[in-house]
Design a protein around this ligand. Structure first.
Ligand SMILES: CC(C)(COP(=O)(O)OP(=O)(O)OC[C@H]1O[C@@H](n2cnc3c(N)ncnc32)[C@H](O)[C@@H]1OP(=O)(O)O)[C@@H](O)C(=O)NCCC(=O)NCCS
Length: 164
């Protein structure tokens, strides 16, 4: 079987997997995120034989109602079901953390899927409930963690180069 490989790719390469895994019941346009095409936004695809089986996106985006440009957002963390539970998800998340840290991010935040909350808690992220824009009844919590200088060593710096 061909091996799995990682590639920095344009947003359009990962949007179909986001749609299939994260929002299959919503319009496709919701899988196209603001800032997807910003030059510094990172999209990495985990691929086998040309097929995208996993993805991660990291983008500069302040927390809503804040304006700190050192705040980065993790988005579109996806993995095909057959690959889950073997460390590939952590690998993708670490790629996003490491890239954001190397761009000078002070923290990484995201709105988690219900499914992934225990995984992110295990990986050291925390839940915040005190932000005024949050819906207290949502099953999708706001999660975050500050980034440290050590985080710059995470992921794969060779993927930091812009996509062709
Ligand atoms: C989220 C996702 C990418 C994680 O990938 P994964 O392959 O399942 O996760 P991994 O096997 O890499 O596990 C990551 C870590 O979480 C731990 N973990 C896994 N399930 C856990 C659970 N239920 N509770 C606590 N820890 C858990 C693992 O042990 C591992 O930690 P370790 O390296 O210290 O052992 C994947 O499950 C997925 O695509 N889910 C559906 C889409 C989704 O919800 N995406 C998140 C959007 S915010």
């Amino acid at each position: 079987m061909p091996s799995l490989t990682l590639h920095r790719v344009p947003a359009s390469t990962v949007q179909p997997l986001r749609f299939a895994i994260l929002r299959p019941d919503r319009p496709y346009a919701e899988s196209i995120y603001p800032h997807d095409d910003d030059p510094e936004t990172l999209h990495v695809a985990l691929m086998r034989d040309g097929v995208v089986l996993g993805s991660v996106t990291a983008m500069r985006q302040p927390i809503p109602e804040q304006s700190d440009p050192t705040q980065w957002r993790l988005r579109g963390v996806t993995l095909s079901p057959e690959l889950r539970g073997s460390g590939y998800g952590k690998m993708l998340i670490n790629i996003g953390i490491g890239y954001a840290a190397r761009q000078g991010a002070s923290l990484l935040w995201f709105i988690s899927s219900e499914y992934a909350v225990p995984i992110y808690l295990h990986l050291g992220f925390m839940i915040r409930t005190d932000l005024s824009f949050l819906d207290p009844n949502s099953p999708n919590p706001f999660m975050w963690r500050p980034l440290t200088p050590e985080d710059r060593d995470l992921g794969d710096p060779s993927l930091d180069r812009a996509a062709p």
